[in-house]
Design a protein around this ligand. Structure first.
Ligand code: PLP
Length: 305
């Protein structure tokens, strides 16, 4: 391989600071109630940081389980030797997907009776119990069973011999808004189903509702598990949440200066001449562009160091 293919010779690259992920995770963990656990969300290749790298750094910081979107992402963690519980947040439908969960010890999300039956059937066929979590739609209108059906579904799952209910969860549509009335409504609906559980003595291991915004913003939404993505990577989900914990961004995008040029005042620079020099200026051309993810939408809105 040519020397030019290696590290610092590249024109553009990202650097991931593992210690920042460990720091962020442990600061967030320290802010939770004692009995509350932290699930690190490492979907989409750990938000582009590298799922396995992030998972290992998050374990050091106190994460006790992982959330991913797809089965392939979950299997990647298992193949890397990660033993913690992994919840597949995305929707699984096919029998072979539940077989895969059994094989790799992954927890699928159940959003309907049909899925629960299918999962139970596959677990029975394998002669092996399957841990699952039930997701309710409390006002996001994406994944999850309608919250009104929560009590019936819990009873149905409880009656299935080969499923073990490890959790009940929902997802917030408006968590990054300050004092959102919709978040309050989702909380009320979620707790209504939870209360029902206590009544019929079927409380699953984990009840969880909070993403990063709700984790940083409102302790009432923590219950006994929070699902944290953005914040472990070092980003506050909204400006009003940025003071809560001193988060450290874990990713740095770097590019080489490939050309320096001196130009006079009044020169329009690059497409659309969106920038015009006000004085004689030195331009630095960086070896990074659309193909690397620097969208043209960022013209005039981006700063580099
Ligand atoms: C992505 C995701 C999260 C994490 O959200 P952040 O805002 O990045 O913290 C939590 N829960 C579910 C269901 C998700 O899909």
């Amino acid at each position: 391989m040519s020397l030019l293919m290696h590290g610092p010779q590249q024109r553009a690259w990202v650097e991931i600071n593992r210690d920042a992920i460990t720091h962020n995770t442990s600061c967030i963990k320290a802010s939770l109630a004692e009995h509350c656990e932290l699930m690190a969300v490492v979907k989409a290749d750990g938000y582009g940081h590298g799922a396995v790298t992030v998972a290992e750094a998050a374990i050091k910081g106190g994460a006790s389980s992982f959330g991913v979107a797809t089965l392939a992402e979950a299997i990647e963690l298992r193949q890397a030797g990660i033993k913690q519980p992994v919840l597949v947040l995305g929707n699984l439908q096919a029998p072979e997907e539940f077989r895969c969960c059994l094989h790799w010890q992954l927890m699928p999300t159940i959003s309907s009776l049909r899925q629960a039956q299918l999962a139970n059937q596959e677990a029975a066929n394998a002669g092996q119990p399957l841990a699952v979590q039930l997701k309710l739609d409390t006002g996001m209108a994406r994944l999850g069973a309608p919250w009104e059906e929560g009590p019936q579904l819990l009873a149905a799952i409880n009656a299935m011999a080969d499923l073990q209910l490890h959790g009940l969860y929902s997802h917030l549509a408006d968590a990054d808004q300050l004092a959102s009335s919709h978040t309050r409504l989702q909380q009320q609906r979620f707790e209504e189903v939870m209360q029902h559980l206590t009544g019929i003595n079927q409380r699953p291991g984990f009840c969880h509702l909070a993403n990063s915004a709700a984790t940083l913003g409102n302790r009432e939404l923590h219950y006994n598990l929070v699902r944290v993505g953005l914040a472990i990577y070092g980003h506050a989900p909204a400006a009003h949440l940025s003071q809560k914990i001193a988060l450290k961004p874990a990713m740095t995008v770097r590019a080489r200066v490939t050309l320096l040029r001196e130009v006079p005042a009044g020169v329009g620079v690059s497409y659309g001449h969106r920038f015009v020099t006000q004085r004689p200026s030195r331009l630095a051309v960086l070896g990074i562009g659309y193909a690397d993810g620097v969208a043209r939408l960022l013209s005039g809105r981006m700063e580099v160091m």
